[in-house]
Design a protein around this ligand. Structure first.
Ligand SMILES: C[S@@+](CC[C@H](N)C(=O)[O-])C[C@H]1O[C@@H](n2cnc3c(N)ncnc32)[C@H](O)[C@@H]1O
Length: 244
């Protein structure tokens, strides 16, 4: 599938009024991190972004920070709020329409149309990369890992949530490139190391992300969707990587 077709299909889903309603008309679009008391999908999204922020060491002066696969911009805004005022933050997304929506929601922030596999930043010019539930889309994931390692400065840090999909996600095969499906939990750290990263941690957080999101779908009457997507995923990962 071409990038153009992928973006067109993606935009129809993420910008659909029913999708936005599901997320309380926030600018989030991820499964979120849930506890027994999480009241809504939007709250779960905020908690998941907070998990990235907690590990990203953003409280340092003058950071250059990139939010890759920034959706409709609320992840970028939450990250920006956790940085010092002198930080430079940019949210990047392959979709022009999503970038326009993000820019409208957050006029004071900087968003750019960019393919994550071809990050258009100078080598060793970025201090932090965060990517919330987007890396599995990047075609291929390894090109993004290579690009991220290249643009991060030595000592730079990347915090990502990534999803390992099973072979079949019928009828949404377009959602994940085939090349990204053969990765296993055991092989994930090696994949990151091959790109040049030191792997600080790779945690399987499926039980507090994908699984309760499916339960939330059932709680809100979307049993068919829950039954369909629950079997798509083998592992939902939260990884912290650094550049030596
Ligand atoms: C599940 S959404 C997550 C959005 C946002 N991070 C959030 O948590 O609300 C994945 C995002 O990745 C973007 N994306 C997919 N492929 C991309 C690529 N090759 N380069 C940049 N962004 C991409 C999609 O357009 C979408 O906005």
């Amino acid at each position: 599938m071409s990038n153009g077709e992928f973006v067109e299909r993606y935009d129809q889903v993420i910008l659909h009024p029913l999708t936005r309603e599901q997320y309380g008309n926030s600018g989030f679009y991820n499964v979120g991190r849930w506890s027994a008391s999480t009241p809504s999908a939007a709250t779960a999204c905020t908690a998941l972004v907070a998990d990235h922020i907690e590990r990203a060491e953003l409280d340092a002066p003058g950071l250059d920070v990139v939010d890759v696969g920034c959706g409709l911009g609320d992840t970028t805004a939450q990250i920006a709020a956790a940085c010092r005022p002198d930080a430079k933050i940019v949210g990047v997304n392959i979709s022009q329409a999503q970038v326009a929506e993000a820019q409208g929601r957050h006029p004071g922030l900087n968003f750019r149309v960019m393919d994550a596999t071809k990050l258009e930043f100078d080598a060793a010019s970025v201090d932090r990369i965060l990517s919330v539930e987007a890396v599995f889309h990047f075609d291929p994931r390894t090109a993004f890992l290579d690009a991220a390692c290249r643009v991060l400065r030595p000592g730079g840090r990347m915090v990502i949530t990534d999803v390992l999909f099973t072979a079949d996600s019928t009828p949404w095969e377009w959602w994940v490139p085939d090349v990204n499906r053969s990765v296993t939990l055991d092989g994930y750290a090696s994949l990151c190391a091959q790109a040049g990263f030191k792997v600080e941690s790779v945690a399987d957080v499926t039980a507090v992300t994908w699984t309760p999101f499916c339960a939330h779908l059932r709680d809100t009457g979307r049993n068919e969707a829950a039954d369909r997507i629950e079997k798509w995923v083998s592992n939902y990962l939260l990884a912290v990587l650094t550049v030596p």
